[in-house]
Design a binder for this molecule. Structure first.
Ligand code: SAM
Length: 245
């Protein structure tokens, strides 16, 4: 049951916190172009593991879709780093003929501006789109456009959403982490893949949260080095890929 999985509320679950966070990061970048901000879960190498997972699946032609144009959507993109790095690594490590489209969304206008600034200054030849979108609003303008993406990425966004326990009126008092999966499903085709990396939930908790609140089911997962403590096996982060069933 999802009700049994709860995190304590924290300021990291609020928009004010993220706006202030990215205002500072934006300023730092303005004074030093090499400072593109925090890379979440860097200790666990999560970003490079997510990217390798995608490139391996593309090289092995294992994704369920076979489109000539592959649309990536980074959910809660922050500084956009995951998309920038993904683009660089695809250029170096993938020879396929598909065209890639990179879009990042975030509910913080400061994140969107920050990521767009970095794209403009450092990657002017490549088209990255950054848009403001609140994943927990049923009539969010980005979501209701109806565009579907092939590969959807979440690094730490469900984690942040789960740190807010406020009931959401338009979803009958459900909390964000219970609403998340069905909202993301609206951005997916039958053969799209959603890859989520979390540091706040165990693999089985993450699967329960997603599967109990949508039509998504586990498709694959990334393996991280595990530790054993008190007879219980674990790792500091987990990454699970889901598709619609
Ligand atoms: C821990 S940060 C991770 C940022 C980025 N994915 C990364 O790995 O660097 C969580 C992000 O989720 C965004 N976020 C939180 N709730 C959101 C919501 N309801 N809709 C869209 N973005 C949200 C925050 O603004 C923040 O950028």
């Amino acid at each position: 049951m999802t009700e049994e999985i709860r995190l304590n509320s924290s300021k990291l679950g609020t928009k004010e916190y993220w706006n202030q966070f990215y205002q500072v990061e934006k300023k730092n970048f303005e004074t030093n172009e090499d400072d593109t901000g925090e890379c979440w879960f860097d200790d666990s190498d999560a970003e490079s593991k997510m990217i390798s997972f995608i490139i391996d699946k593309l090289n092995d032609q294992e994704f369920p879709f076979h489109d000539e144009q592959i649309k990536f959507l980074d959910l809660g993109t922050g500084n956009g780093h995951l998309l920038f790095q993904l683009n660089e690594d695809l250029e170096e490590e993938y020879d396929g003929s598909e065209k890639f489209i990179f879009t990042g969304i975030d509910y913080s206008p400061d994140s969107v501006e920050f990521a767009a600034n970095i794209a403009k200054r450092k990657y002017e030849d490549i088209e990255f789109k950054f848009e403001q979108s609140d994943l927990l609003k049923s009539n969010d303008p980005f979501i209701i456009k109806g565009i579907k993406y092939n590969i959807l990425l979440d690094k730490g966004t469900l984690d942040a959403i789960a740190l807010n326990q406020d009931p959401i009126e338009e979803f009958n008092g459900k909390i964000g982490m219970e609403v998340y999966a069905s909202q993301i499903e609206r951005l997916m085709n039958k053969d799209s893949v959603l890859l989520i990396t979390s540091c706040n939930f165990t693999e089985s908790e993450l699967i329960t949260i997603i599967e109990n609140n949508s039509n998504l089911k586990v498709w694959d997962k990334i393996n991280y080095p595990s530790f054993e403590f008190g007879g219980i096996k674990g790792s500091t982060v987990c990454s699970i890929a889901f598709t619609i069933q």
